[in-house]
Design a protein around this ligand. Structure first.
Ligand SMILES: [Zn+2]
Length: 195
C-alpha cells in the first residue's frame, strides 16, 4: 500500500563529538495518525513546551517529529498515546494539544484520494467505484465518472447524455440515468432558507 511520504527534513545525530560523517543511514517509519501526533507532542514537550504551536513552521513540526522518532523508542511514543487517551488535561494543556493537532495537519496533510473526472470540485463526496460511464455534455465534450458522480453530474446538466464505458458492468448507464432523475442539480450546494 502506498502511503504519503514526508521528509526527511534534516539529518539526525549531528554533534561535535563526531565531526566527520561516515555514512547517512536512511530509515522509514510507518506511523498511524495517533503515533504521529504522540511523536509531535513528545518532541514539542521535551524541546520547549512554551512555544506557540501556531507559530511553528512546517519544517519545525516535521523536524520535531523526526528527531523524536530518531531518539525515542516506540514504547515511549506509545506511553504518550496512552496519556493522550487518558485525557485529563488542564485547559492550558488542552489548548496546546489543539494547537499541535493543527500544526500536525499543516505539516502532514491528509492525502486527498483522487476522484473520477465527473466529480465536481465543490462536491466533497468520494467515488463509489471506478469510472464506468461517460457523461456527455455536448457531442464532443464530457467526462468519465463513477456511477455516483456521473449521476450527480448528469442531474446538473441540461440535455446531458450517459454512455457505458466498454468494460462497465451491465446496466451502469441505466442506473446512472435513473439515479440522476432523483437528484436535484448541484446537489452538493447547500440550499438556503426558502429554496
Ligand atoms: Zn466519482
Amino acid at each position: 500500500m502506498s502511503l504519503p511520504t514526508f521528509g526527511p527534513t534534516g539529518l539526525q545525530n549531528v554533534h561535535d563529538d563526531a565531526p566527520h560523517g561516515y555514512a547517512v543511514v536512511r530509515l522509514d517509519y510507518r506511523v498511524s495518525r495517533d503515533e504521529l501526533f504522540a511523536a509531535l507532542v513528545l518532541g514539542f514537550t521535551e524541546t520547549d513546551p512554551d512555544r506557540d504551536p501556531a507559530l511553528m513552521t512546517v519544517e519545525e513540526v516535521r523536524g520535531e517529529v523526526e528527531s523524536t522518532l530518531a531518539g525515542h523508542s516506540f514504547t515511549e511514543v506509545w506511553r504518550v498515546i496512552e496519556q493522550l487517551r487518558d485525557g485529563s488535561f488542564s485547559p492550558w494543556q488542552a489548548d496546546r494539544l489543539e494547537g499541535l493537532r493543527q500544526a500536525m495537519g499543516r505539516a502532514y496533510p491528509v492525502a486527498s484520494v483522487p476522484r473520477c473526472p465527473a466529480a465536481h470540485p465543490e462536491d466533497p463526496t468520494p467515488c463509489d467505484g471506478p469510472p464506468v460511464v461517460t457523461v456527455l455534455v455536448t457531442n464532443t465534450t464530457g467526462a468519465n465518472g463513477c456511477e455516483h458522480h456521473a449521476a450527480r453530474m448528469l442531474a446538473s446538466l441540461e440535455g446531458g447524455r450517459v454512455y457505458a464505458l466498454p468494460d462497465a458492468p451491465a446496466g451502469a448507464a441505466i442506473r446512472v440515468f435513473k439515479a440522476a432523475a432523483t437528484i436535484r442539480p448541484f446537489v452538493w450546494v447547500e440550499r438556503g432558507e426558502g429554496q
